[in-house]
Design a protein around this ligand. Structure first.
Ligand code: SAM
Length: 244
């Protein structure tokens, strides 16, 4: 399978999934470093906002989808403490291999749109950070989140977005469209992976549309807000009493 070229529109369906998985397998060893460089360390702050939005407390159970190397997974695990449990699922074997273990965390290889062996109604919170944009079938993703949550459980989706304000749009154009692909290519040795990033943000659904997709898949009271001048969006929904 070929690498993504800057000028091509992104493929859809299974072909896209395969390209994404192979890409994360290739950059896994450098992912944490690149994440810190590209967000200037702010991803830790955004993780904290996700953890807060879940409403989790000690003893809680969380499912972190597209968990990658487990940055958010471990922050969730700290929140639920030794009596809690967090399951991190990712389809890239190499990203999971690079994930640091924690006593109350289980990492599992799997597809976020088809969670084999993950029970229904078992979690207080289900999260996904910077994963949704890589997943062509968003209905399947959010219906799996709804299915695995207990009624009243909370789903949170954190994602990169194109800002609307003039200042942040200018910054975004410079940083994500120009600097990140070059810097990412240099550090990871994989230029295609980091030109994929702005392409995938460009092709991703608008925040209002994402809220509608979340709502039609068994979650209610869906709200969303922009963080960091609009570069990040945080969506939150509550599992309906009964699956729709
Ligand atoms: C940008 S990384 C985000 C990792 C992590 N959530 C974080 O905050 O650093 C995106 C991750 O999504 C995973 N991914 C993409 N599509 C997936 C799918 N359908 N099922 C499971 N994981 C998926 C990739 O393998 C990759 O590890």
């Amino acid at each position: 399978m070929g690498k993504l070229r800057k000028t091509t529109r992104l493929p859809s369906g299974a072909e896209r999934a395969l390209l994404v998985r192979e890409m994360f397998d290739r950059i896994a060893g450098r992912y944490d470093l690149l994440n810190t460089v590209m967000t200037a360390g702010l991803h830790r702050l955004w993780n904290r906002k996700v953890v807060r939005a879940t409403g989790l407390g000690p003893g809680g159970k969380a499912l972190d989808l597209a968990c990658g190397t487990g940055s958010l997974t471990r922050d969730l695990a700290k929140k639920v403490g030794p009596d809690g449990y967090v399951l991190g699922v990712d389809f890239s074997r190499e990203m999971l291999r690079a994930a640091k273990p924690a006593p109350n965390v289980e990492y599992r290889l799997g597809d976020a749109t088809h969670l084999e062996g993950v029970p229904s109604g078992a979690f207080d919170a289900a999260t996904i950070a910077y994963g949704a944009r890589n997943i062509p079938d968003l209905d399947a993703l959010f219906s799996e989140m709804a299915r695995t949550l207990r009624p009243g459980g909370v789903a949170v989706c954190l994602e990169i977005a194109r800002p609307t304000g003039r200042v942040s749009s200018t910054f975004y154009g410079l940083w994500f469209d120009r600097i990140v692909p070059k810097l990412g290519g240099l550090i990871s040795g994989d230029a295609s992976a980091y030109s994929y990033l702005p392409e995938s943000v460009k092709e991703f659904v608008a925040p209002g549309e994402l809220a509608d997709i979340i709502e039609r898949n068994g979650l209610q009271d869906v709200t969303w807000k922009r963080l960091a001048g609009g570069i990040i969006t945080l969506h939150r929904g509550i599992r309906r009493p009964r699956a729709s």
